[in-house]
Structures are given as C-alpha cells and as structure tokens.
Design a protein around this ligand. Structure first.
Ligand code: HEC
Length: 96
C-alpha cells in the first residue's frame, strides 16, 4: 500500500513538467470564457507566452480565483495552442 501511494505521488508530480492542455481547457471554460470567449487573441495584444501568463495572473487576481502557478501554466498552454501560437512546439489543434 505504501509503495502504491509513493508511485501515485511520483506519477502526479511528473505531470507538472509540461502544460496540461486538458486541464487548461477545463479551467478556461470554467472561469474565463464568459468574458473572453474564442476571440481573446483578437481582443488583447500580447507578444509572448510570458506576457500571456502575466495577463492571466491579472484576471485571476481580479477575480479572486484560488489558482496556483500550475493552473496558470496549463491555461496559458491551452490558450497558446488554441489561439496565440507563441510556442510553435504546441500542436494541440494541429494548425501550428
Ligand atoms: C469578468 C470578466 C472577465 C473574466 C471572468 C476574465 N477576464 Fe481576462 N480580462 C477582462 C478584461 C476586461 C480585460 C482587459 C481587456 C483589454 O485589455 O482589452 C482582461 C484581460 C485579460 C488578459 C490580457 C491582460 C493584458 O495584459 O492585457 C488575459 C491574458 C486574460 N484577461 C485572461 C483571462 C483568463 C485566463 C481568465 C480566466 C481566469 C480571465 N481572463 C477571466 C475580463 C475578464
């Protein structure tokens, strides 16, 4: 049992290395889409993924959402793969 728990913790902590685009999509749809929708990349001018993360943080703070850095990274990854395309290695929608 102890071994199983340690294995689960190891698996979970490894997920943090890359943005989890599925989680990002869920988070965005849950908390952001009512204001931003699918035109977010046309409404706001951002130049890179760092600015995107800072911008997300601004809204997260303004809305008092209990998000951690992983939530912000995942949502940035999702928004980038869907709309902004700063990171050319993200090919979630196959259009990059
Ligand atoms: C209550 C409405 C509302 C919600 C909900 C909301 N935002 Fe925003 N967001 C805004 C407004 C208004 C702006 C400013 C738009 C502008 O600069 O033209 C903004 C700006 C931004 C920006 C750009 C900031 C910048 O630096 O210019 C990003 C990125 C962003 N929001 C992401 C998010 C994300 C991710 C969420 C979900 C956690 C979210 N927003 C939720 C209203 C909202």
């Amino acid at each position: 049992m102890k071994f199983l728990c340690q294995y689960a913790i190891l698996l979970l902590s490894n997920v943090g290395f890359a943005a989890n685009l599925i989680d990002g999509e869920i988070l965005y749809k849950e908390s952001c889409i009512r204001c931003h929708g699918s035109d977010i990349h046309k409404e706001i001018a951002l130049e890179d993924i760092v600015q995107l993360k800072v911008g997300i943080q601004l809204c997260v703070n303004a809305l008092y959402l209990p998000w951690n850095q992983t939530d912000i990274n995942d949502t940035a990854g999702y928004l980038d793969s869907q709309y902004f395309h700063f990171d050319k290695t993200l090919k979630a929608n196959g259009k990059n």
